[in-house]
Design a protein around this ligand. Structure first.
Ligand SMILES: [Zn+2]
Length: 807
C-alpha cells in the first residue's frame, strides 16, 4: 500500500539504517504469508509459535495435563464417524456419549485444532507424537474426502441424505439432526487451524475443498431459506467461510460466508439493542465472531459496531466476576441474576472460550485495554480453572450457586462441547500475552513467557503473577532498536500506582486504570523493565445490583472452599447429562452471609495466618459467626470441592425481617394445607401411580430442588373427597417460557395457559375455578384433570392440587 511521504522521511530512513527498523518486527514469523486477503488493522496477534510459556507454573501444569488428555484419546475412534459417513470401513469403534448420539465427529474437529495449537505452542511430546497424530488425522480425512467425492468431511449420522435434502431446499431437515452445521463447523475449524496454526499444507487443501462443498450445498437456497435454517445452531460457519476467502482471495467463499450472517440476531445489535435474553448463549457468540471477521475483511463499520456492541453488553451486563455468562446455557434477563445464582448449571466454558476469541479480534481492530482487562479476568478465573491438573479433565458448568461443585470429564467417557473447546484452551495460552503495534509491542498479560519476534529480537517476561504483583521484561536484541512497549495498566491498579523502572531507574509514565503505559526508547540488549502492579481487595456485585457480591484481589476471584464430601458424579461417566453436578444443593438460608456494606467489607478481609499469597480470611462480619472467620483462596486453585464465590451482604435487621417472613410463610403453608382437598407430588412414582398418571411425550426432572413433569399430554385423577366445589391450583416455574396448553377438568376445558417466562427466579401458583358441570362428571369422588399442549409443551408442572374455593 502506498503511503504519503513526509518531508522528514529521508532523515528517518537514514536513522532506520542505523537501528533495525520496526517493519522487520514480525517478518520471520508473519502469519500473513497464509493470506491472499487480510485486513489492515492497528494491532496484530503474534503467531502462537512466537510465544513460549516459561517455568513451572499452573499454566505449564495445565498444558501438561492437556497433553496427557490428548494422548489418552484414540485417533481411530475419533475418526470412525468420518469414515462411516464416507462409506469407508472404520478402523475402530466410535466413542460413546455425544460421539454416538448425533453429534458424531465434532470431537474429531476439535482434536485437529487442539493438536495444531499444542504443536505450534511447542507443547508436543519430545518425540513429536502430537504432530504425528495431526498428520495421521489429515491423511485419514483426506481419504474420507476422496471417498465422498463431493468434498465433504463430517460425521453427522446420515450425512449424505441430510445434505442432499438441504441442498434441494428442505432446510427444515437440519432440525431432525443434532445441530449438523455446528458439527461440521468443527471440521472446518480443525482444518483451518491445521493450516494457519500448524502450517500443514494438507489442511489448506482439504479445507478449500470442504469450502467448495459448502458453497454447493447452499447455492440454490433462497435468502429466506438460509435465514430460517440459521435458527438452528451453526457454530461459526460465517467465520470459517470468511477464513477460506481470506486464504484464497476467491469471493465466492466470502459470499457464502455472508449468507451465514443471522440477521435476526445481528440487526438488533447494530441498532444497539440487547435482545439476547432467552437465547442460547453459545449459539450466538461464534456467529458474532464470524460477523466481526467478515466486517474486518471487507471494512464494514456497521457490522463491526454490532459485534462490538454484543461484546460490550455481554461482558459488562451479562458476566459474573469470573468472566462467564448464562444459566442452563441461556442468557437470562440482565437485570435479574437470581436464576443463575440458584442453578447448578452455571456459566459454560465454551462461552468463555468463544468470548476470548471475539475479544482478540476486537482488540486487533481497536487496541484498547478494556479488552485485555476482560481477557485477563476470564482467562485466570474461568479458563485456567476449568481444567483439572491432578486427574486431567475439563469442566462444563461452573455454578455460582453457593456451596455447589463442578464436574470433570474423563477421556474415555465424555465428549461434550466443553471437552472440545477444553482441549483447545491450553494450546492457546500464549495467544494474547503480547500483540504487535504499528510502532512496538503490547504487553497485555503478565505471564512468565518469551516472545521471539525473529532471530534479532525477543522479550523475556519473568513473573509469578498473580502470586506476586510485579513483572520483569528483559529485552534480547542483536542490535539496538527503537520501539514502544505498551504496558497494560490494568483496571484494578489505581491511578498513579503503576510504576515502571528501566534498568532500576524509575521512568515517568502517564497512565490511568484500563489504559497502556507507553515506554518508547532505543532499547539495547539486556535492558530490563520492571513493572509494579499493586493489587487491592475489592467487592463486586452481580451486574443486576442485587446484594450478592464476589471478592477479588487484583484480577483474581476469591472463593471459600466449603468441603470435599458429597460430590456425586464429580468425574463424569458417559451418561447424556453426566456433565451436570447433580448432587444435593445446600439451602441458600444455610450459607454464610456478611453483615457489611460494600465499602466496609474489604476492611474485614485480612491475610491468612499461613502467609500464603492470595490466601485471606473474612473476619468479624460473618454470620453465622465462625471462629477465625472464613477462608478465601483463588478460585482457580479450587478443585474437587464445594465452594462459595458469591456472598449475600445483609444486616441483622434484614435477617430478622427475613425470619419473620419465613414464619409468615409457615403460617400460610398451614392454612394452605387445611384448604387442600387432594394433592399430587409431581414426578414421584408412588403419588403419580396413586393419581392414575397418564401422558404422552412426557419427561420429568429436578429444578430448584423440586421435581417437574412436562409433555404433550399429562393426565391425573384427583380425589374430590365428596366436596361440592373446588379450584385447581397448579404450580409452575416463573422462568419457563414458550409453552401453551389447555387445561381440562372432567372433560370440560377450564383454562388456556401460556408460560412466557415473565416471572424469572421463582415458582408461581395459579388457581383455576372448576365449573359445577365439571364436578357433575366426578363419579366416585374422582375428577380427571388433563393438560394438553397447544404450543410446544404442557408444563412443567411442579405441584397440582385441588383446593377448597376461596370465598
Ligand atoms: Zn460447552
Amino acid at each position: 500500500m502506498k503511503r504519503k511521504r513526509e518531508t522528514c522521511m529521508m532523515a528517518k530512513w537514514i536513522m532506520g539504517l542505523m537501528i533495525a527498523s520496526l517493519a522487520s518486527l514480525a517478518h520471520a514469523q508473519d502469519t500473513r504469508q497464509h493470506f491472499a486477503v487480510a485486513p489492515t488493522q492497528p494491532a496484530e496477534l503474534f503467531p502462537l509459535s512466537a510465544v513460549r510459556l516459561l517455568s513451572e507454573s499452573q499454566l505449564s501444569a495445565a498444558v501438561n495435563a492437556n497433553r496427557e488428555y490428548l494422548l489418552a484419546l484414540e485417533p481411530d475412534r475419533l475418526l470412525a464417524p468420518f469414515l462411516r459417513e464416507a462409506g469407508l470401513e472404520p478402523k475402530a469403534e466410535s466413542y460413546g456419549n455425544w460421539e454416538s448420539s448425533g453429534l458424531d465427529g465434532h470431537t474429531g474437529g476439535h482434536y485437529l485444532s487442539a493438536l495444531s495449537l499444542m504443536v505450534a505452542a511447542g507443547a508436543d511430546t519430545s518425540d513429536g507424537e502430537l504432530n504425528r497424530r495431526l498428520d495421521y488425522m489429515l491423511d485419514e480425512l483426506e481419504r474420507c474426502q476422496n471417498a465422498d467425492g463431493g468434498g465433504y468431511i463430517g460425521g453427522v449420522p446420515g450425512s449424505r441424505e441430510l445434505w442432499t435434502k438441504v441442498a434441494a431446499g428442505d432446510t427444515g431437515a437440519v432440525w431432525n439432526k443434532w445441530v449438523p452445521w455446528y458439527n461440521v463447523h468443527k471440521s472446518f475449524a480443525g482444518l483451518r487451524d491445521a493450516y494457519l496454526v500448524a502450517n500443514k499444507e494438507k489442511g489448506r487443501k482439504l479445507l478449500v475443498r470442504l469450502g467448495d462443498w459448502c458453497v454447493r450445498v447452499t447455492a440454490d437456497l433462497s435468502d429466506d431459506q438460509m435465514q430460517s435454517m440459521l435458527n438452528n445452531e451453526y457454530g461459526g460457519m460465517n467465520e470459517v467461510m470468511a477464513d477460506i476467502y481470506s486464504i484464497t482471495g476467491d469471493k465466492k467463499y466470502l459470499k457464502t460466508a455472508a449468507r451465514f450472517n443471522h440477521r435476526a440476531v445481528f440487526d438488533p445489535l447494530i441498532a444497539h439493542q440487547d435482545r439476547l435474553t432467552g437465547l442460547h448463549a453459545n449459539t450466538q457468540i461464534p456467529k458474532i465472531i464470524g460477523m466481526e471477521r467478515i466486517a474486518a475483511l471487507i471494512g464494514d463499520p456497521r457490522e463491526h459496531d454490532g459485534a462490538r456492541f454484543f461484546w460490550d453488553t455481554v461482558s459488562k451486563n451479562r458476566c459474573v466476576a469470573f468472566g462467564g455468562n448464562s444459566v442452563r446455557e441461556h442468557f437470562h434477563p440482565s437485570d435479574n441474576f437470581i436464576e443463575l445464582l440458584k442453578d447448578r448449571e452455571g456459566p459454560e466454558t465454551c462461552n468463555t472460550y468463544n468470548m476470548l476469541r471475539l475479544t482478540e479480534q476486537l482488540f486487533t481492530a481497536d487496541p484498547k485495554a478494556v479488552y485485555a482487562d476482560f481477557y485477563e479476568r476470564a482467562f485466570f478465573n474461568h479458563i485456567i480453572s476449568a481444567i483439572n491438573l491432578d486427574k486431567p479433565g475439563y469442566v462444563y458448568f461452573t455454578p455460582i450457586r453457593p456451596q455447589h461443585y463442578r464436574v470433570y470429564s474423563q477421556p474415555e467417557n465424555c465428549f461434550w462441547c466443553c471437552v472440545g473447546t477444553g482441549m483447545e484452551n491450553p494450546g492457546r495460552y500464549g495467544q494474547f500475552i503480547y500483540a504487535k503495534a504499528n510502532d512496538g509491542v503490547y504487553v497485555n498479560l503478565f505471564i512468565a513467557s518469551e516472545l521471539q519476534v525473529n532471530d534479532r529480537f525477543a522479550i523475556r517476561q519473568q513473573t509469578a503473577f498473580p502470586y506476586e504483583s510485579v513483572t520483569r521484561l528483559e529485552m534480547k536484541l542483536k542490535q539496538p532498536q527503537e520501539l514502544t512497549l505498551y504496558l497494560r495498566h490494568p483496571e484494578w491498579v489505581k491511578t498513579r500506582q503503576l510504576t515502571v523502572k528501566v534498568n532500576g531507574q524509575p521512568v515517568a509514565v502517564e497512565s490511568t486504570p484500563s489504559s497502556y503505559a507507553a515506554v518508547r526508547r532505543l532499547w539495547k540488549q539486556g535492558d530490563v523493565v520492571e513493572v509494579e502492579l499493586p493489587m487491592h481487595t475489592r467487592v463486586e456485585r452481580l451486574p443486576d445490583g442485587s446484594d450478592w457480591v464476589a471478592l477479588l484481589h487484583g484480577p483474581i476471584v476469591l472463593a471459600s472452599p466449603t468441603g470435599t464430601k458429597d460430590l456425586p458424579g464429580s468425574f463424569a461417566d458417559g451418561a447424556r447429562m453426566g456433565h451436570v453436578a447433580n448432587g444435593p444443593m445446600v439451602p441458600l438460608d444455610e450459607v454464610p452471609v456478611f453483615f457489611a456494606t460494600d465499602q466496609e467489607l474489604p476492611r474485614h478481609v485480612v491475610r491468612d495466618p499461613s502467609g500464603k499469597p492470595l490466601h485471606f480470611r473474612v473476619k468479624d462480619v460473618v454470620s453465622p459467626d465462625s471462629p477465625g472467620g472464613i477462608s478465601l483462596k483463588p478460585f482457580l486453585s479450587l478443585h474437587e470441592q464445594r465452594y462459595q464465590m458469591y456472598f449475600e451482604l445483609t444486616s441483622p435487621e434484614k435477617m430478622s425481617a427475613l425470619k419473620e417472613q419465613r414464619a409468615e410463610e409457615d403460617r400460610t403453608r398451614a392454612t394452605r394445607e387445611a384448604a387442600t382437598i387432594d394433592q399430587i407430588t409431581i414426578g414421584e412414582q408412588q403419588p403419580e401411580v396413586e393419581h392414575d398418571f397418564k401422558g404422552e411425550d412426557t419427561e420429568t426432572g429436578m429444578h430448584e430442588g423440586r421435581k417437574w413433569r412436562h409433555g404433550s399430554i399429562i393426565q391425573y385423577t384427583l380425589n374430590t373427597r365428596g366436596e361440592k366445589a373446588a379450584e385447581l391450583e397448579v404450580t409452575y416455574w416463573g422462568g419457563d417460557s414458550g409453552r401453551a396448553f389447555d387445561i381440562f377438568a372432567g372433560g370440560t376445558k377450564i383454562a388456556s395457559q401460556e408460560l412466557t417466562g415473565d416471572q424469572p427466579g421463582k415458582f408461581i401458583s395459579i388457581r383455576y375455578p372448576i365449573p359445577a358441570m365439571a364436578f357433575a362428571d366426578a363419579k366416585d369422588h374422582t375428577l380427571t384433570v388433563k393438560f394438553i399442549a397447544t404450543k410446544w409443551l404442557a408444563g412443567g408442572l411442579y405441584d397440582v392440587r385441588l383446593m377448597k374455593p376461596t370465598r
